[in-house]
Design a protein around this ligand. Structure first.
Ligand code: GAL
Length: 282
């Protein structure tokens, strides 16, 4: 999810059943208010770019806008069917909802990389979050000036977690992640740090563990800065492994502050993107 010229743009794996089985797709939607969404187009329709085999994988696409080059740069998890390649793909487009063309793939910082996450700090600096199985944790890494490569490790959180996401809220960084249980939900956790480079606190549950993150898995933390309030929205995937194209989402405003996060039980809510005010009917 990125904000561009007053609109939110939402990118995601497009697993539509009628898609060409040889290709992998990313869909893009836009919204001015986070409530009403317009389908823009399939911004990626890519054939296997690296001889990864018939079951190759492109997951968790994240698009960034680079103000230096004017380009939109997309990162995605690129893999073979057994998740052994563990690379990131980089694609670029001149328009936010244009066709993203494949540029290259690599292992960021030379490390195996599976789930990726996106973080743009308040100063505009862009980071890639990536899970690294051999080192049992996830990296937060700074992108290069043109965003086409992953330049430098900023932090390594030594806990085996994926679905990593970050938010910078009132002077504190909050990181969330999910345990490694594939498509099955698990109790997602968070840690905090006053600097992105740490030190990070120990991880704690974002919701009662028996709730299993209400059937969802962390994907993104969206900060909505309004005139009256700053809201932070938890965005999670509710996977349906047998019918992945029919998966759903859990989006809920978080209770956040003073070093703690709580994901409330799913319920109806609204957000006013102008004021940042959230109305929750639990
Ligand atoms: C999950 C991961 C998903 C997908 C899935 C495959 O743990 O978050 O993005 O890779 O495993 O089993």
């Amino acid at each position: 999810m990125i904000r561009w010229k007053g609109q939110y743009y939402w990118f995601g794996e497009d697993r539509t059943e009628s898609n060409d089985a040889e290709k992998r797709y990313v869909a893009c939607y836009s919204s001015g208010d986070l409530v009403h969404w317009q389908f823009r187009r399939q911004v990626v329709a890519l054939a296997d770019p690296e001889h990864l085999g018939p079951k190759w994988i492109l997951e968790r696409p994240k698009a960034f806008h680079n103000s230096r080059t004017g380009q939109f740069v997309m990162y995605a998890h690129l893999d073979d069917g057994s998740y052994k390649a563990a690379r990131v793909a980089v694609l670029v487009s001149d328009r936010i909802d244009g066709e993203y063309k494949y540029v290259k793939s690599f292992r960021p910082l030379g490390e195996e990389s599976r789930d990726i996450g996106q973080f743009i700090d308040d100063d505009g600096q862009a980071y890639l979050i990536f899970e690294s199985r051999p080192t049992k944790g996830f990296f937060i890494a700074k992108l290069s000036d043109d965003y086409l490569s992953v330049e430098k490790k900023v932090s390594f959180l030594e806990t085996p977690l994926e679905g990593g996401a970050l938010v910078h809220y009132r002077g504190l960084y909050y990181a969330i992640g999910s345990h490694l249980t594939g498509w099955r939900p698990n109790p997602n956790v968070y840690a905090t740090a006053s600097s992105l480079s740490g030190p990070w606190t120990a991880f704690k549950d974002i919701a009662p563990p028996e709730a299993n993150t209400y059937g969802s898995q962390s994907s993104m933390l969206l900060k909505v800065v309004g005139s009256k309030n700053t809201a932070v929205i938890y965005m999670g995937d509710i996977w349906r492994p047998k019918t992945l194209w029919d998966s759903r989402y859990l989006w809920m405003p978080l209770e956040i502050g003073d070093g703690a996060i709580r994901l409330p039980p799913p319920g109806d809510w609204t957000v006013n993107v102008k004021t940042g005010e959230v109305d929750l009917t639990e």
